[in-house]
Design a protein around this ligand. Structure first.
Ligand code: PEP
Ligand code: MG
Length: 571
């Protein structure tokens, strides 16, 4: 078995088709007629742009108008029009007397080296784009034809050193069972496109091109990043079974994509998704989410060298709001500390980081950073249905302090005539025992609750959520956590506000009947769990969840609860 990075889920079984990189042997001979070479280059650029637009159209059709993915290719047009690139090539022809192909090759290699020196994923992707552009441009100048992937036999598994976006546009994707390549990772365009086209893909498989011969049988497991070349009959049998089960599950779940989220007896609940950036908002909608119940904004602050500006944040929040097109977008303010460090903020190491300078405690201390974020959120609220959510609340005083800051920003925006949603809803995460116990009081201060079971479980049970030595104690099915959840939802409803849940427990099939019985209004889950959660909710009636909850409330041990609920869902 060979291993790589599984970048597009699913199991593909078929015959290998090896795509050898087109060699593009480029002559280094010096030339005299520089003008003719410049003309040759300019003509090739025009042809390249025309060809790119045709490929974009083809890809867009294949993806049912999903232009975002097709625009991956459009990037190459921007690259080729970049004056730095064109002037580099022309200077190599006129000054160094290189022929057009060699000038393109040298300029592309130079640009690749610049991008490689940044050493991050996005830049590495740029390198792949430049390589694809280089090969296509040289092929045009040499009069070479594309590798023809337009007619493939059934169940073809594409094997290549690298899959370029231009190849995917021409692929007869209906007959492709899987994709394997030596280069590329989760964020490479090949992965993005494979996911959009739902083709199982495993990338970064070392030396795959030399480990397999054309026509050999191969299995691609895109979930686990595994590749089997010439599998034994027993492996083949196992994987055929797995493939059948996987394909049936996907087909079954797809039935829920455009459906409302309702119980079997017709009670409607809201099913939202958790995201970490604006791009994921589009994925959430595509995956069937009705809105966003948690936008973890700390990711905008992590993986950076400095604080994001108000403008950067505003653009990101606005982008998500616009993509959601009126659907709810719950933006959680900065939740750092605990296990989420942001090195450039210079936070001191603490003995108990989860009990320390975290989330709202940090924000109320660094009002400058908090105000910048809240201003960005408020400005973005003019473009969609945004709600503000505050993490790690332990007291009413904190909520009042936040509201005071928000009111101050609103006054300033009013003075400057800057648009924002004047009825913006402000809610809190209930994820500490203090907030849970005081939920009746807190409910009168805010517009909504969202239960953060990841933290609520760790704080209620005094179990560090990341410590494997005590992981056996960490369970949201512990009766103490369940009672807390019930109490929080009751307090919300008594005060006439909605209660949601954005911790992982919202997608736990064992927890769902209890949450339905408690009357949870909104389930917010990881994007990949949206359809499963909708299906699970649809399988229960009010009568069943009432009976199950009554039994659960009689148990005193986590094991009793989890065993009982596991039996219930197995029935
Ligand atoms: C939670 O605590 O349940 C939650 C959703 O927040 P996070 O996992 O980001 O702490
Ligand atoms: Mg939390």
């Amino acid at each position: 078995m060979l291993r790589g990075i599984g970048t597009s889920k699913g199991i593909g079984i078929g015959k290998a088709l090896i795509i050898h990189k087109c060699k593009n042997a480029v002559s280094r001979a010096k030339i005299n007629d520089t003008e003719a070479e410049v003309d040759k280059f300019n003509e090739a650029v025009e042809k390249f742009i025309q060809e790119t637009n045709e490929l974009v159209d083809k890809l867009s059709q294949k993806l049912n108008g999903d232009d975002k993915n097709a625009l991956v290719l459009k990037n190459q047009e921007y690259l080729i029009r970049d004056p730095e690139f064109t002037s580099g090539v022309i200077s190599a022809i006129t000054n160094d007397k290189l022929n057009a192909e060699a000038a393109v090759e040298d300029t592309c290699e130079m640009l690749k080296n610049i991008f490689l020196s940044f050493n991050n994923d996005t830049m590495t992707q740029r390198v792949a784009d430049i390589e694809d552009m280089k090969q296509r441009l040289i092929a045009i100048m040499q009069g070479q034809k594309h590798i023809d992937l337009t007619k493939l036999s059934d169940n073809t598994v594409i094997i290549a050193d690298e899959i370029h976006p231009s190849m995917t546009a021409n692929m007869d994707t209906e007959h492709i069972a899987g994709i394997i390549s030596e280069k590329g990772g989760d964020t490479s365009h090949a992965s993005i496109l494979a996911r959009a086209l739902e083709i199982p893909a495993v990338l970064s498989v070392k030396d795959i091109c030399s480990k397999i011969a054309e026509g050999e049988e191969v299995i691609v497991d895109g979930a686990y990043g595994e590749v089997f070349v010439n599998p034994t009959p027993i492996t083949l049998k196992i994987y055929n079974k797995k493939k059948k089960a996987y394909d049936e599950r996907v087909k079954e779940l797809k039935k829920y994509i455009d459906k409302q989220t309702v119980t079997r007896d017709g009670r409607k609940v809201m099913l939202a998704a958790n995201i970490g950036n604006a791009d994921e908002a589009a994925k959430a909608v595509k995956a069937g989410a009705e809105g966003i119940g948690l936008f973890r904004t700390e990711f905008l602050f992590m993986n950076k060298q400095a604080l994001p500006t108000e403008e950067e944040q505003y653009n990101e929040y606005k982008k998500a709001a616009v993509v959601l097109d009126g659907r709810q977008l719950t933006i959680r303010t900065l939740d750092i500390g605990g296990d989420k460090d942001i090195p450039y903020m210079g936070l001191t190491k603490e003995l108990n980081p989860f009990l320390g300078y975290r989330a709202i405690r940090f924000c109320l201390d660094r009002v400058d950073i908090f105000t910048t974020q809240l201003r960005a959120v408020l400005r973005a609220s003019a473009y969609g249905n945004i709600r503000i959510m505050i993490p790690m609340i332990t007291s009413v005083t904190e909520v009042q302090a936040v509201k005071k800051i928000i009111n101050g920003i609103c006054r300033d925006l009013d003075k400057k005539d800057i648009k924002y949603d004047k009825d913006i809803k402000i809610g809190v995460m209930i994820e500490t025992p203090a907030a849970a116990i005081m939920a009746d009081v807190l409910a009168h201060e805010v517009d909504f609750f969202s239960i953060g079971t990841n933290d609520l479980t760790q704080y209620t049970l005094a179990v560090d959520r990341g410590n494997e030595n005590v992981a056996y104690l960490y369970s949201a099915l512990n009766p103490a956590v369940i009672r807390s959840i019930k109490h929080i939802i009751e307090c919300a409803h008594n005060a006439g506000i909605e209660a949601g849940m954005c911790g992982e427990a919202a997608a736990d099939e064992r927890m769902i009947p209890l949450l339905l019985n408690f009357g949870l209004d909104e389930f917010s889950v990881t994007v990949s769990r949206v359809l499963e959660t909708r299906k699970e909710i649809a399988s229960w009636s009010s009568k069943e969840v009432k009976e199950i909850t009554e039994n659960v409330m009689n148990y005193s041990e986590e094991k009793e609860v989890s065993n009982y609920l596991s039996d219930c869902i197995a029935k």
